[in-house]
Design a protein around this ligand. Sequence first.
Ligand SMILES: [Fe+2]
Length: 580
Amino acid sequence: MIILGLSGALTHDPSAALYVDGKLVAAAEEERFIRDKHAKNKMPREAARFCIEQAGISPKDINVVAVPFAPIGLDSPARWHYARRYWYAPDRVIDAIFNGNRRYKRYAGDIKALCESLGINWDRTEFEPVEHHLAHASSCYHLSGFKGKTAILGVDGKGEYATTFFGYGEEGEIHKLREFYDPDSLGGMYGAITEYLGFEMLDGEYKVMGMAPYGDPTKHDLSRIIRCDGSDIRVNTQLINTVGLRRYKEDGRGFYFSKKLIDWLGPRRVGDVADEPYIDYAASIQKLYEDTVLQLIDTHLKKILQETGQLAFSGGGALNVKLNQRIIALPYVKELWVQPASGDSGTAIGAASYAAVKRKEQVETMEHVYLGPSYTNEECVKACEEHPYKPQYEIIDQVPSRIATILADGNPVAWFQGRMEFGPRALGGRSILGCPSAKGVANRINEQIKFRERWRPFCPSILDRVAPEILQTDHPSAFMTFTFDVADSWKERVPEVVHEDGTARAQVVSAEHNPRYHELLLEMEKLTGNGVVLNTSLNRRGEPMVCSPKDALNMFFGSDLQYLIMEDVLVTKSQESHGE
Ligand SMILES: [Fe+2]
């Protein structure tokens, strides 16, 4: 059975994923192809086209099209909750009660038009709208490989109306225990404060989390923002998650918080400086988020967790690696599996996996994220030949040892190998690498290409053999979805990848899923004594991750990087021709 999952209903992060007989053969985000971060208000056209081509099928072979967005009936408490809580915005109230999520109808029409234009035989294809949070739930539970009863948690801004999901999975079936609805949203709360702290939602949340360890969470009590009685939450819409006329506006742009928040906390942060009181607000909101989620897990999921200790977690809120570290530390949690694409791009996979399981397909465990396009040496050479900058290149052998030597000399290297990653993290397919013991390499990467805020940490990829010693745990960590405390003895050995608070967001690399990257780590170990590299995504600030050799070359020549390795093709810059 062939199932195509398409996301993008919520106007950002459209993506496509394709299952063939329970195997996830391809998945990609639209932004990578059209070179537009988050591809807002776009449909996943190029991503779907890629998936179909990669699978080597005809669009007419597709049996099911699944989307992570469904109509919500009036019998659900969702619409009533929304109407009651947004009483001060009567147009929204009327819409919620009389129309429901109108967006669904328009969206279903857009999907049909997209599918027809791709050559999918719509009349002979089943259409499966999956509730947004069920898609998130499936993307973590069904792909986790967990056997036995598994607690499921979903936290995001909002789907149709639901913002938070508690449930469990048993024998492939997902059971819903409890949901919270808009405006009572933890993801929304974090997003609103992210905006207040001067960042964009969708990307800025990581920056707030990165800023938090520099601040003091005890200086400001932000608990007025959200009330949690242990089992339920109530966001203070006087302050945040505000709609309509109550929203705070600057230059015609509305924010998800109110003027009252500004009166209380002071003006919105602007610029790149991380200073008081903003770093303290970042610390407070991070703590409030962590404490609230942990309290809710304790209330709604503890009993299930006491049976098997398995927790599957997805939704944008699951990308909060600091929260995840604390979840793993709970006495009744044995293993946490976080969908690596926990943002909405991952719901293309979740909708498809949900539809597959519903049709009695066995869905395989997700063991890696290398689901995008790959390119041959010939294609990389061709891109060099066609590039206006006429790059200097050579085809080399023993790529891992050659690159390890360049890295160990303190140079950053752009590393383009194999299939592109799905999800927000570069995991050794489209990465910029550095030697984590080379003093100042993080600064060099920032100067040459990333221009990231100074407080944002760089992360390590670690050889599987040495990971337990560095991270002091055996907990699996293939996808950079958790932080761990770095052993004291290693903090000095790899200082460039240890965050202010002594943690690292680590990827543990096995030979099985990325043999060349694993080999590179072995070579680094030979040269430096540490089987670790600094790994950050291959892109410039504000751009999506590189997809093709042409993108890689464009990025390379738009930066001061000196080395780019694409498959076996090493591109270098002569000293005179740095960047632009
Ligand atoms: Fe979501």
